[in-house]
Design a protein around this ligand. Sequence first.
Ligand code: FES
Length: 103
Amino acid sequence: MKDLEKYKDILEPFERLVRLDICGSVHEVPENNSLLRCFQYLRLDSISRGDLCWNGDCLNCQVWIEREDGMEKGVISCRTKVAEGMKIVRTTKEIAELLEDAE
Ligand code: FES
């Protein structure tokens, strides 16, 4: 797990990490947080300086997740909580660039 000290003012409280598949790459991210906060957990510097409103207005953070029926559903990552095993199949160009080289 990362050094959580620098995330303590950013993340909602969480007990454990959950698995999040981002376009075929599986990461462990904090439960009880929005997808965008999870992205920030993975790439603190780039997501923090990204062109993102964090309040549902800009849509730069949109991602498409796979529903149980296999269809894609577009969601706003700053307004959508992560769930165990969630699978993101597409992102905006903005998010893809900010997440490049995520650990
Ligand atoms: S960051 Fe702007 S809508 Fe999510």
